[in-house]
Design a protein around this ligand. Structure first.
Ligand SMILES: [Mg+2]
Length: 462
């Protein structure tokens, strides 16, 4: 039996644990003991969290202990006071609990002659259903409905409906006749057919986003959660790819895309934010690492090194026109281009190839990439000259795409941007496993996915 999500959330809040790894259940077990003087076994806890599958029902002793731990007199009092229909999750057929769905999941619900298509999105950290389309319904596109569950044969009820500034509620007058669930991955694999592509820079950015202002030194950090999102590094990489596709000026494209997303997770850096919000953006002699995180598409696009380097400089110049900014962009483009080239000749780069690529980058840039970990660990450096050598050093110590991203992020530095830069080169060296690409898709807006699809279509063709 699996506990209801609300109770699981209370346990997460109380313990501060995420229960994404087995060790957390041991920690919970000892936390319960120190708080209540009562014991719940680790296996029992795993069962209650659905970490292991088992249909046995928990004993009253166990349930009362959970209640005591959460500050209630007993189990009955807990269940009563948090106002849930069942203390158990996921066992009534035909019922969908909205909090159990992944963001991006689509749900088509029919009742009477109405049909509403919802997508699961986040509001204040909780899942809500946002209306994508509505036939014959008083719900409007964009409404966000706070719905606890939807059951076939029951009325659909939204505790709150958020429409712009106003809040209302909603209850259907007829029973739900059908519920169609489209898991996001199905929708996306349809979109991508069998060719699944995502920029390594975007993956590094999204994986690192959660740790930009809450850094981690744990190599085994949680890969993805609902706290991840895309940041400026993704937006700018898309802007560069889109400029190449549309033969558009890089500066115009970057400015345009950043203004489509004026408040991304993590925001824009101070001077760059001014550049984004200016009506007449001018280069400001920046040597920030923003020049290096957005450059990778040019390495995929051009077939000879001179064009790659020239175009890399052109992506930097509209804002990052300091010599260090331009050099940083060019060096990352060079590493990415060489790795792609070597992979075309001999798939899967050998360690020797990686050494050669890094040596060429050092010769080109003059960077010192013999770096001591202690010198860069937990140092937030936003400059090109402080970030690009670190990225090259991380690549030299890694042996797969995921390994490289993990090493970059657990340095506790500028996690998302370092992740994006390392991800750019790592993609070219090792390729990206399909499961990593699939699980990242739900974080990328559709209009960006369209750019990615068209970009790689074009690159693959040539
Ligand atoms: Mg960022």
């Amino acid at each position: 039996m699996t506990l209801n999500n609300n109770i699981i959330n209370l346990l997460k809040q109380k313990s501060g644990l995420l229960f994404d790894k087995a060790g957390d259940f041991e920690l919970l077990s000892s936390s319960v003991f120190s708080e209540t003087g009562r014991t719940i076994g680790v296996t029992t806890l795993k069962r209650l969290f659905n970490y292991i599958n088992d249909d046995r029902k928990a004993s009253d002793y166990t349930l009362n202990t959970i209640a005591l731990y959460l500050g209630y007199g007993d189990w009955e009092q807990l269940v009563h006071s948090i106002n849930i229909n069942s203390a158990w999750g996921y066992d009534d057929e035909g019922t969908i609990y909205i909090q159990s769905l992944e963001a991006g999941t689509r749900l088509e619900v029919s009742y009477l002659n109405r049909k509403v298509l919802f997508v699961v999105t986040k509001r204040n950290g909780e899942n809500v259903l946002k209306v994508v389309s509505a036939e014959n319904s008083s719900l409007m596109i964009g409404d966000e409905c706070d719905i606890y569950k939807i059951s076939k044969g029951s009325f659909l009820e939204a505790r709150h409906v958020y429409r712009g500034e106003s809040i209302g509620n909603y209850k259907t007058r007829g029973e739900v006749s059908s519920i169609n669930l489209h898991q996001i991955e199905n929708a996306n694999s349809q979109l991508y057919n069998d060719k699944l592509h995502v920029f390594g820079a975007i993956i590094g950015d999204i994986i690192g986003s959660r740790w930009e202002f809450d850094s981690t030194n744990d190599y085994d950090f949680e890969w993805l959660s609902n706290e991840n999102g895309f940041t400026d590094d993704t937006i700018c990489t898309i802007a560069v790819a889109d400029a190449l596709l549309k033969r558009r000026d890089f500066g115009v494209s970057i400015h345009d895309w950043c203004n489509r997303y004026p408040n991304p997770m993590g925001g824009y850096g101070g001077r760059f934010a001014q550049w984004v919000h200016s009506n007449n953006p001018q280069p400001y002699n920046s040597y920030g690492n923003g020049a290096a995180m957005r450059v990778s598409p040019v390495a995929h696009w051009y077939k000879n090194l001179d064009e790659v380097l020239e175009s890399a400089a052109a992506t930097a110049r509209p804002s990052h026109n300091h010599a260090e900014g331009i050099k940083g962009a060019q060096t990352i483009a060079l590493a990415t281009f060489r790795a792609l080239q070597l992979n075309r000749q001999q798939p899967k780069s050998a360690p020797q190839h990686i050494k050669e690529i890094l040596a060429e980058c050092v010769e080109f840039s003059g960077y010192d990439i013999n770096i001591k970990e202690t010198a860069v660990m937990n140092r937030f450096d936003e400059t090109c000259q402080g970030t690009v050598p670190v990225a090259l050093w991380v690549i030299g110590n890694s042996n797969s795409f995921e390994d490289a991203i993990r090493r970059a992020i657990c340095l506790g530095a500028d996690a998302d941007t370092l992740g994006a830069i390392v991800g750019s080169i790592a993609e070219a060296i090792w390729g990206i496993p399909d499961n990593i690409k699939k699980t990242i898709l739900r974080f990328i807006p559709d209009e960006m996915k369209q750019v990615i699809i068209q970009f790689y279509e074009q690159v693959d063709k040539e």
